[in-house]
Design a protein around this ligand. Structure first.
Ligand code: AP5
Length: 214
């Protein structure tokens, strides 16, 4: 199974991608997670990316395409993958077509998770992430058992820098201008499945599974 997940920031791409990768036993590739890992490790890529991420802007296409191209060519992707957060511009979508042609792989589906702005703001402003293992919580919808402590590994939970209200507004604007046109791009290619994302995590997961025949 080779899937792309599209959707606004906070629509639940990461949450659903993790479950889908588990269900289909394929690799979960999150460009946001790879970039945040680079920031944490203090790499050159991380320091360039951070200046864009903190403002809610997209990291330049050439950097992202190179990063994802390398990742998809790794051996573990031969069995399939779920792409979460890529592509995000038309240029990235065209580059992905090229990468898949070169590697003789094809996409099965592009799943577009639809969530309104008010819900996005509720989800992002309440999101907390584990510093150690990356597990994702929400202070109201999926809170940890102990405040600010990860249930999975005991690590400290924190709020992402780009989950502050001023940055969320800009991320939504960037999404509308640069990423939304991809919905038409993939509708034209016949791969698109629109999913109503304003429901529980389990209900959205079931909807995606029935759309992709899982
Ligand atoms: P990235 O990390 O990809 O951020 P994003 O697309 O803005 O998406 P999020 O991770 O914020 O949200 P999500 O849709 O994964 O939602 P989640 O499942 O966590 O990118 C960050 C930055 O990196 C970008 O701004 C950009 O600078 C850069 N970048 C990344 N990729 C790039 C690219 N391709 N090109 C250029 N730059 C790039 O859920 C959110 C919250 O809601 C959680 O708390 C969760 O618990 C909760 N939740 C999830 N589902 C539900 C539900 N059904 N009901 C209730 N709560 C729910």
């Amino acid at each position: 199974m080779r899937l792309v997940l599209l959707g606004a920031p906070g629509s639940g791409k990461g949450t659903q991608a993790e479950r889908l990768a588990d269900r289909f036993d394929v690799v979960h590739i999150s460009t946001g997670d790879i970039l945040r890992q680079n920031v944490k490790d203090g790499t050159e890529l991380g320091s360039v990316a951070k200046s864009y991420m903190d403002k809610g802007e997209l990291v330049p296409d050439c950097i992202i395409v190179d990063m994802v191209g390398k990742r998809i060519r790794e051996r573990d992707c031969e069995g399939g993958f779920v792409l979460d957060g890529f592509p995000r511009t038309l240029e990235q979508a065209v580059a992905l077509d090229r990468i898949l042609k070169d590697t003789k792989l094809g996409l099965d589906f592009v799943v577009n998770i639809e969530v309104g702005d008010a819900e996005v703001i509720r989800r992002l402003s309440g999101r907390r992430v584990c510093r150690r293992c990356g597990a994702v919580y929400h202070i109201s919808f999926s809170p940890p058992e102990r405040d600010e402590v990860c249930d999975r590994c005991g690590g400290e939970l924190y709020q992402r820098d780009d989950d502050r209200e001023e940055t969320i507004e800009n991320r939504l604007e960037v999404y509308r201008k640069q990423t939304k046109p991809l919905i038409q791009y993939y509708a034209d290619s016949g791969l698109l499945k629109d999913i109503d994302g304003e429901d529980s995590v389990d209900a959205v997961f079931e909807r995606i599974l029935s759309a992709v025949g899982g």
